[in-house]
Write a protein that binds this ligand. Structure first.
Ligand SMILES: Cc1ncc(COP(=O)(O)O)c(C=O)c1O
Length: 387
């Protein structure tokens, strides 16, 4: 072996060593990363509720010059923010002895939306039974989900809240009938039950505070029961250094827009002779109402203004977010996103905006997405807003 051969083998040894060092550092880096981010093992699905991510909506941020984020409530185990509410309702009932863990008990709810699905999932996880009253025109995927989860489903004719057979009243009646027989049960009563807004005050609000570093310019949510907007905005207004501007994004046909901006709970769709079958005449599900509920009333003072969004804008926005960001969202999230763009266009560049992403598009395939899927994939943001 000559001198040259030896020097080559030294070079080989050196490069092998540096490769080894580089490989080890990469291994250490990824190990530390996974150790710091991997979630701990959970003892049941109920422990998966909350701590949802905040994600930047790049398309809307780039187009408006603001930073628009979605609070991904659709990441909860039963797919919506209502998991938090259902769990807090059950835990509150356990504290008052209406339900006892390990013993048979029923949770009754009147809901056309996500709450029934959350109640049904949690009842299965915690050893209770779910009884859900809903209007018989509830979308087929929600009905199928409830039936798959094994809930007892009571379908009633769509009716006004003053009708004793309206679905919320029907749920209350079923609960009272069961309890009068000495069987344990609770009426969840999401519109009036304060366990609703309280969990958003205790959990969702603080999460947004931490995720935004305590600095936020605008918070935008729709209003169904009012639990989310009341709980989150109360927390943010009480705790943030600079109070964020709170905006209620309202679908067509709902009375909140006029209530917040002009003090009257009224929508033109209620004019005599123009009213159609549904109280809130929109394709959007989960938000919009024409009555004042306790969970809304308690938070009304924290809401600074309301933005009206049409069904057409929401449908187009849903498609825009899907094709540009990979965000496949439901109708109420699309409403919030439209309101975010309208507000961003009025606000200073760089403002930080958080919207609630309440549930995913898969809950809305048979109705809202039946329309949204036909929107042109190349639609622009100006065409979405159309004003
Ligand atoms: C899909 C969806 N988005 C938004 C909301 C509104 O949330 P809140 O009832 O807290 O006002 C609901 C309520 O049921 C919902 O189902």
């Amino acid at each position: 072996m000559g001198i040259d051969d030896k020097s080559i083998s030294w070079r080989d040894a050196l490069s092998a060593l540096s490769l080894l060092i580089a490989g080890y550092s990469t291994y250490r880096y990824y190990r530390s990363l996974s150790e710091s981010t991997i979630p701990p093992v959970k003892k049941g699905v109920e422990e998966l509720i909350g701590n949802t991510p905040l994600v930047l909506i790049k398309s809307l941020s780039n187009a408006t010059g603001c930073r628009v984020y979605a609070k991904m409530e659709l990441c909860n185990p039963a797919g919506s923010a209502k998991d938090r509410v259902a769990y807090n309702v059950i835990q509150t009932a356990e504290k008052t002895g209406q339900l006892v863990r390990g013993e048979p008990g029923w949770v009754f709810e009147g809901t056309s939306g996500s709450t029934g699905i959350s109640v049904a999932m949690l009842c299965n996880a915690l050893g209770y039974k779910a009884h859900i009253s809903l209007p018989d025109d509830t979308s087929s995927e929600k009905l199928a989900l409830l039936e798959s989860l094994g809930a007892v489903v009571n379908k009633v004719k769509p009716a006004s809240i003053v009708d004793p057979d309206q679905y919320v009243n029907a749920a209350k009646k079923s609960a009272e009938a069961m309890v009068s027989k000495g069987i344990r049960g609770v009426f969840a009563d999401q519109f009036e039950n304060e366990a609703n807004w309280r969990i958003h005050y205790e959990a969702t609000g603080p999460e947004i505070y931490r995720q935004t570093g305590g600095e936020l310019d605008l918070f935008i949510a729709g209003c169904g029961t009012g639990g989310t907007i009341t709980g989150v905005s109360k927390y943010l207004k009480e705790n943030m250094k600079t109070q964020p501007h709170v905006v209620l994004a309202d679908p067509q046909g709902s009375g909140f827009y006029n209530r917040i901006n002009y003090g009257v709970m009224y929508d033109n769709a209620e004019k005599e002779g123009t009213r159609r079958r549904h109280q809130v005449d929109t394709i959007v599900e989960g938000i919009g109402l024409n009555r004042i509920t306790r969970n809304f009333k308690l938070g009304e003072t924290y809401i600074d203004e309301s933005i009206r969004v049409t069904d057409e804008q929401a449908i187009k926005m849903a498609k825009f977010l899907t094709v540009n960001d990979g965000l496949f969202v439901g109708s109420s999230t699309a409403i919030n996103a439209v309101a975010a763009v309208k507000m961003a266009r009025r606000t200073s560049t760089g403002s930080k905006i958080v919207i609630i992403a309440c549930d995913a598009g898969s809950r809305h395939l048979s109705k809202f997405w039946k329309e949204a899927k036909n929107v042109d994939c190349n639609i622009t943001l100006d065409q979405v807003i159309g004003e």
